[in-house]
Design a protein around this ligand. Structure first.
Ligand SMILES: Cc1cc2nc3c(=O)[nH]c(=O)nc-3n(C[C@H](O)[C@H](O)[C@H](O)COP(=O)(O)OP(=O)(O)OC[C@H]3O[C@@H](n4cnc5c(N)ncnc54)[C@H](O)[C@@H]3O)c2cc1C
Length: 556
């Protein structure tokens, strides 16, 4: 039996303290926090973990400097502290990075005024990061020749942080740590709704979307972390809330690397909004946009592509402008923005400037029914969400035996030091793939933390385990085997797009014909290897993920 089959069988057994609907960042941290504190938790997601909004972010852990302009100082202060906490707790996964901003002549603020703003921002973050710097035009030319300064009045530099791997891996690591502490989690299991029985227990009807099998999950509390679908799920359970979601669409384009410098180029687009050129390994990720939409199902349009490409081409000095055909991959999602519910369903603030809507999170609590709904939020604020959810669940009268357990963060420094010592004794970094942008030892630690010690043992026993299995990527044979056992990979896309970021940085055609991909499929899927490969690349899936979302929307 696989980990997933085992967990699905266990979902119908006994009574859980809490069932979490949704395995995006908010559900994942709820599961990690509750199981770390000793609750009997379960989590289901109708897609893959992080398979919706949480795979579409800008990968930033940031204080939200742009919300200073909308006067949301409380939120900025809170997010700056959350960012610091993440950098502290995840030294290998969340790293400080410089934002290198260029301001055009005639922009609504001068560079020095914005630079003063970055000092306010820096102080909001307790001066935790490197201090800001004002940049004269000639400094920009000298330090980042790719920026076209023809229209520039000057610039500034300040710090925030980014998720070194990607958002979906970051989310999965919370799901994994929840499972390590006893949480029963399963992807591709959809909640069809829940009711309370005569003993006050929640009975959630669920469906394994792979087999169609129906199951019932019993829990004392129900946590709605369905992100953009939170309101839909509350309708299924007849829960009434004070808040609701509105949606703002954002896209990113991934293109060949535009600069080798490891900082985030920051500009204001023609519509006055901030946009970023973010390093992504050997690629560059450009975005984002902020467009009001009514449905969570969105896709990148030609107008979006042209907007991003035109804006970037205007501001960079490239040998050749970036064209649509240079796009390696695209990301597109909706920000679930929380507003107070209005009787007409439109939501308070629906008629205001979209950018003015706060990016904070709110948790609606129905104490009588032991139900809560997580609205809005950001990856950056995830530790707070986990702690708040635990406190609410404890307030429901559900005992958390290890209430003060620190449920997040990388293992103790001594474990890291032991790992690095072992890696050095084996000359592990000599095995670093030429495709990799960093030494093998740090990559394995960041992705697997203490499980990386297990990988070292396997490589010592059998040096073939350190061979790159899929040509053109830096994934080793032993990593794919670990993924098979531990990472609940159901579809090839789960591996290529979310557990790894191969699908974001390697063109689809190259992956399709990469030596070793079929062997990786055999390890991951056994006798289903060809079917899973065909599902991802085959005729029947000549559709892009965006198109498959459209068909889901049509049937929703
Ligand atoms: C373009 C963009 C850029 C962003 N950039 C940043 C950034 O740089 N930094 C930052 O901190 N934040 C950023 N955000 C915000 C952040 O990504 C989101 O706030 C966050 O990912 C939302 O997580 P979630 O868990 O609420 O929702 P989701 O990730 O959507 O998770 C909800 C899950 O619930 C599941 N689900 C729904 N219905 C059911 C059901 N009936 N049964 C079972 N499962 C169900 C879904 O499949 C989904 O996986 C960005 C967002 C966007 C769109």
């Amino acid at each position: 039996m696989t980990l997933r089959e085992n967990n699905i069988a266990k979902l119908s057994e006994g009574v859980f303290d809490a069932l979490i609907i949704g395995g995006g960042i908010n559900g994942a941290v709820s599961a990690a926090a509750l199981s770390g504190k000793g609750a009997r938790a379960a989590l289901i997601d109708k897609r893959d973990f992080a398979g919706f909004t949480s795979q579409q972010s800008s990968n930033l852990a940031w204080g939200g400097i742009k919300y200073l302009e909308s006067g949301d100082y409380g939120l900025v202060r809170k997010l700056c502290l959350s960012r610091n906490h993440l950098i502290d707790s995840y030294p290998s996964r969340v790293k400080e990075i410089r934002f290198f901003a260029t301001i055009d002549h005639g922009f609504r603020f001068s560079p020095w005024f914005l630079w003063l703003g970055t000092w306010v921002y820096w102080l909001f973050g307790n001066g935790y990061t490197k201090p800001p710097r004002l940049l004269a035009k000639r400094q920009i030319d000298r330090e980042e020749p790719v920026v076209d300064t023809a229209r520039a009045a000057g610039g500034f530099e300040y710090s925030d942080a980014y998720l070194h791997d990607n958002d979906s891996r970051f989310v999965f690591q919370f799901v994994r740590s929840a499972m390590d502490r006893g949480c029963i989690a399963a992807n591709y299991v959809e909640s069809l709704g829940a009711r309370r029985d005569e003993d006050g227990l929640w009975i959630t009807r669920a469906r394994d979307t792979e087999t169609g099998k129906l199951l019932e999950i019993r829990s004392r509390a129900l946590i709605n972390a369905a992100g953009p679908f939170a309101d839909d799920h509350n309708q299924l359970t007849s829960e009434e809330t004070a808040h609701q979601h509105l949606f703002s669409k954002g896209i990113h384009l991934i293109v060949p690397q535009v600069t080798e410098h490891r900082h985030i180029l920051t500009f204001f687009a023609d519509d006055g909004r901030l946009f970023f050129v973010i390093p992504m390994g050997v690629r560059t990720c450009i975005g984002t946009t902020d467009t009001r939409v009514d449905s969570p199902y969105t896709q990148v349009t030609d107008a979006d592509r042209d907007f991003v490409l035109e804006n970037i081409n205007k501001r960079l000095r490239l040998a050749k402008p970036l064209m649509r055909e240079d796009i390696i991959a695209e990301r597109c999602g909706v920000r679930p923005l929380v507003v107070r519910r209005r009787a007409d369903g439109a939501g308070e603030g629906a008629d205001r400037d979209w950018m003015q809507l706060s990016r904070k999170h709110e948790i609606d609590v129905d104490r009588a029914n032991r139900h809560l709904t997580i609205y809005g939020g950001k990856l950056t604020d995830c530790v707070n969400v986990g702690d708040e959810v635990s406190a609410i669940v404890s307030g429901f009268g559900i005992a958390l035996p290890f209430a003060h357990y620190r449920w997040y963060g990388e293992p103790h420094r001594s474990v890291y030091e032991e790992y690095m010592h072992q890696a050095k004794l084996m000359d592990l970094d000599d095995l670093t793939s030429p495709e990799s942008s960093e030494p093998l030892s740090s990559r394995l630690w960041r992705r697997y933390d203490q499980q990386a010690l297990e990988l070292l043992a396997q490589i010592r026993e059998d040096p073939r385990q350190a061979e790159v299995l899929i040509k053109g990527t830096d994934y080793l044979r032993c990593e794919i085997q670990l993924a098979k056992r531990q990472e609940m990979i159901v579809k090839l896309e789960d591996f290529l797009r979310r557990r790894s970021k191969i699908a974001l940085v390697v063109p689809r055609q190259t992956i399709q014909h990469a030596d070793g991909l079929m062997e990786a499929c055999r390890i991951l899927f056994g006798d289903q290897a060809q079917a899973r490969y065909d599902e991802y690349f085959g005729e029947s899936r000549a559709v892009t993920p965006a198109q498959s979302l459209q068909s889901e929307a049509a049937t929703a």
